[in-house]
Write a protein that binds this ligand. Structure first.
Ligand code: ADP
Length: 289
């Protein structure tokens, strides 16, 4: 105990003092205040315990979501299957109006399925259950794979889609996941750009990193919302229960994937003018400066 009555952790060393003849003449006492060190140790233990608990909670949440998603997909597939059977007329003829209703059932089924797939995908990434096959990836091949997938949607909406400066650049990445991120960014650009606008996929080496940019001339993102769009389930100006396309998980998934591949995903946007999403990835080993 200190003189003022407060308790503290201490290390006390008492040494016997003897004269030349070996006779005990007294004691020397050295007291070291260990309070700070003890407190730091206790804090570290508490933090580690909290981390372990939240890790465990995350795992439980992820496996619950994975199991739920799986259970939901089975009946959803049955709904699509029976709707297809009715549409094909195997069970008897259907009127034009019934055909229309069935088509709506199918498109709602597909929407719900894509939400469930997003949730499953996100929960797996968050739980660290996703493995990455990191290699040197030529960006020209990635561009060749993603552009044809997005072209029909861009064309249908009257958007001008261009790509530039990606040939000859190589990054360290998991190719399938890189394509997934770019497809998500490109389909967002299509979704949030009015007809007549343009979307550009471009690349640029910046010392040890490569920037892959998806730029659109779309509606843009208000400054007060920009900080939250990478959070799960965030959709600017929309609520979770709204019927519009999307789950608000695409950017959260893309950002997680970018970080897991040693990169990052950032955005610059001006409301009414457009947005630019930049995916930074490490340059391929051979091409490193
Ligand atoms: P989703 O597209 O499924 O709604 P995302 O996570 O991909 O979810 O995007 C979250 C939100 O960020 C979108 O709902 C939209 O409000 C905003 N956003 C994303 N990309 C763009 C873009 N290119 N232009 C404008 N807003 C965008």
């Amino acid at each position: 105990m200190r003189k003022d009555g407060t308790r503290f952790w201490a290390n006390v060393v008492i040494t016997a003092l003897r004269d030349d003849a070996g006779t005990l003449v007294g004691f020397a006492k050295v007291t070291r205040d260990l309070t700070e060190r003890r407190l730091a140790e206790q804090q570290a233990i508490a933090t580690a315990r909290r981390l372990a608990q939240s890790e465990q909670a995350n795992q439980v949440k992820a496996s619950f979501l994975a199991a739920m998603s799986h259970e939901l997909r089975t009946p959803l597939n049955a709904i699509a299957g029976y709707a297809d059977l009715l549409i094909s007329g195997i069970g008897g003829g259907v009127t034009d109006q019934q055909q229309q209703y069935l088509t709506r059932i199918k498109s709602s089924q597909q929407h719900l399925l894509s939400i469930i797939n997003d949730i499953l995908n996100f929960s797996r990434i968050e739980a660290g259950q996703v493995t990455y096959d990191i290699r040197d990836v030529p960006l020209a091949r990635v561009v060749d794979a993603v552009i044809p997938m997005i072209e029909p949607q861009a064309e249908a909406k009257g958007l001008h889609l261009v790509h530039s400066h990606c040939d000859g650049l190589h990054v360290r990445a998991d190719r399938a996941k890189l394509e997934q991120v770019l497809l998500n960014l490109l389909s967002n650009a299509v979704k949030f750009t009015e007809p007549g606008g343009s979307i550009t996929l471009s690349c640029e080496q910046r010392s040890a990193m490569v920037a892959i940019m998806v730029t659109d001339t779309g509606i843009g993102i208000p400054p007060e919302e920009i900080g939250s769009i990478f959070q799960p389930f965030i959709q600017v100006g929309r609520t979770l229960t709204s019927t519009q396309e999307g789950t608000g998980l695409g950017l959260a998934i893309s950002s997680d994937l970018a970080q897991a591949m040693g990169g990052e995903l950032t955005v610059h946007s001006a409301e009414g003018e457009g947005s630019r999403f930049t995916l930074m990835l490490p340059v391929a080993r051979d091409a490193a400066p």
